[in-house]
Write a protein that binds this ligand. Structure first.
Ligand code: GLU
Length: 308
């Protein structure tokens, strides 16, 4: 187990990524690294050992870029050294990965036959080259879908692209992955703890989902690229605010989750509706207001029931 962080912001991100990586140290790691986009290029800095070593690396101090990904690694394929440390990058794509790609040997053979050159011994590097290969013929979303379908095993991923300086892609199967919403910046992280110093608006990718993180918006997709219709909520036990991802006017799903809402009311008392309900998928403000009104009515009737 190890950790991923991603930040899409309008401010420089390397120092914040570094301090978030320190929060992920408890998960165990043998090396660490950061990649950012700046001046139209992917920059990578990686070090063996503790995050402190990465911090001492002089290249980090001058690392520019308002979008970036970071990683603490626990090696499964390839020695724990700075070459095998993540991120792994081609000219166009940079990837951080938690987990194991079980069919990496087979995928590597295919990619080498297409002319791709590998720098590390990791299973992860096949992901970089698969995305790079598919981007030759497909748009970003389709290249991601095609890549994810090729992978066997478990993964949480963070990906940045030289030619898409406004977004980070996150994806998960098996390994956990959270996203966080901030003021004109958004985040990706292995767990809520890594994101907590930046935001308390946190949501989780469901298994098999991927997401596109822009500064002002996060879109979630299932493995076929369709906008996902599943609700997620914050982890009540960690004291995070209750947080829903809602498809427009999906009342029946709300009903299914009303039990959880009752539980929240009983354990945490009344809460401010505008802090806790958000419908980022609905482009129409009227839809969002309708959902909020529905939830307000629901809470009202629950409160009446509790006080009877
Ligand atoms: N399997 C990958 C590697 O060995 C990722 C390990 C991890 O989850 O840190 O680089």
């Amino acid at each position: 187990m190890c950790g991923i962080i991603g930040i899409n912001s309008s401010k420089p991100v390397s120092a914040t990524i570094l301090s978030s990586l320190k929060k992920l140290e408890y998960r165990g790691y043998d090396s660490a690294g950061i990649a950012t986009l700046s001046n139209g290029l992917i920059n990578e800095v990686k070090s063996e050992g503790r995050v402190d070593n990465l911090e001492k690396n002089l290249l980090i101090k001058n690392m520019e870029g308002t979008i970036g990904i970071g990683h603490v690694r626990w090696a499964t394929h390839g020695a724990p050294n700075s070459i095998n440390a993540h991120p792994h990058s081609s000219q166009n794509v940079s990837v951080v990965h938690n987990g194991i790609i079980e069919n990496s040997t087979l995928l590597k053979k295919f990619l080498v036959s297409k002319g791709h050159k590998f720098k590390s011994q990791t299973d992860t590097e096949v992901i970089v080259h698969l995305i790079t290969e598919y981007l030759k013929e497909l748009n970003l979303k389709d290249a991601i879908i095609k890549t994810l379908k090729q992978l066997h095993g478990s993964f949480a991923l963070g990906v940045i692209f030289k030619d898409q300086p406004d977004l980070i892609v996150g994806a998960r199967r098996g390994s956990p992955l959270a996203v966080g919403y901030g003021p004109n910046e958004n985040y990706l992280g292995s767990d809520s703890y890594a994101l907590k110093s930046m935001t308390n608006k946190i949501s989780y990718l469901d298994d098999g989902e991927f997401c596109i993180i822009k500064k002002d918006q996060i879109d979630f997709f299932n493995e076929d690229g369709l906008i996902d219709q599943v609700i997620s909520m914050g982890d009540i036990s960690s004291g995070l605010k209750f947080f829903y991802r809602l498809p427009p006017l999906c009342y029946h799903t709300l009903l299914i989750h009303s039990e959880a809402l009752v539980f929240h009311e009983i354990t945490n008392g009344p809460f401010k509706m505008e802090d806790t309900i958000w419908a980022p998928w609905s482009p129409d403000e009227a839809d969002q207001n309708a959902v909020i009104q529905y939830m307000a009515a629901l809470v009202n009737s629950i409160q009446k029931l509790i006080t009877k």
